[in-house]
Design a protein around this ligand. Sequence first.
Ligand code: GLC
Length: 418
Amino acid sequence: MKENLKWFTDAKYGLFIHWGLYSILGGVWKGKRAPHTSEWAMKNLQIPLEEYRLLANEFCPTEFDARAYVKKAKEWGMRYVTVTAKHHDGFALYDSRVSDYTVMYTPYGKDIIRQFADACAEENMTFCVYYSQMQDWEDPNGNGNTWDFDPEKQNFETYFYGKCVPQVRELLTEYGKIGMIWFDTPYDMPIHLCRELADVVRECQPDCLINGRIGYGLGDYRQMADNSIPAHAYTGAWEVPMTLNGSWGYSSFDANWAEPSEVIARLSAVAGKGGNLLLNIGPDRYGAIPAESVRILDEVGEWLKRNGESIYGTSVLPDFPYEIKWGNLTYRQADRVLYLHIKQYPKLTPRVSLLGLKTRVKSARLLNTGEELRFTQTYEVARDEERFAVWIPEQCPDAVDTVVALTLMDDLDVQRLQ
Ligand code: GLC
């Protein structure tokens, strides 16, 4: 694995921040609700650019405090922060010299990416930026705005060399160390331009990771589809971006919030399959984080304070032969510790079983209290089946996810069904 990937694969958990002019609309324009996610309102409601860009005159997030955001991300247990520097609508949250469609031309008039970069440096948090390299609904030569501009007259390379590449250079040369750049929707961008863009990143900051959505497998890790966890373990570095409700950008009406238990279930499932979870918040027009997002992330953060050992720095583990009904597993190869994440706590008999574990277990303990637990490990010849069982407290110690740590006597070895 590339040396500069280690921080990423150890981190496991990052904060995604979608913020821009769309946050003012909150998914509603002239009384119409944008379908799907709110940062697509301009396209999905075909808002004329001349009207949409007037939102810049209303952008004045007086409640925004980058340092407070980054401190919250640390409290929540996140190890990197990824902020939308320029999303599909073309509006930049930083002081770009190649466009006047930026936060500097709003009543707020301050460089938001600069504030995040400084706050991350002060808090020792890895800072990453999202950049939509293909779509740009403000630039007549950018992809995607077919209602203001005639696609037939579009010259993508004019946008690519005139705005995309210069802005990526600005972000990677003027904001300090960037841990990773998060490209998006490469669509049918010609592979030679994707290669050129990757070369620009390598030239500006050789250690800056490139996510998978630069296209054509040119990234440093695989980007899974939005909110999609692979069914099986994936041995390379990968990341799944996830929303807390149904929208990346702030939505004034989407109240379909995930529960903390769902987030922790996804986080442990992703970690067990060798991936990272990039979990999103959509600040509102004032720069405030939605209260529901704070509630959920606070609770997940508290769980991580007690059980983070079972997530951070864990490794991909092989698929077990049977589906595990009570929860899922994570594995810390360096210490040979297998973590049982018990989400469906047994009601009748306080015991959980694991089939197919060939490696002998040295000890079993409740992770957040250290309490030693009784366990049995047998091999049933007639069935050619390895059978492990551990007895757990009658009273469920953690309703969200009770973690049992099994210290193994050797590297993890799993039985294959013949
Ligand atoms: C999709 C959406 C984009 C969002 C991204 C996050 O690509 O088009 O709006 O930023 O998902 O993963």
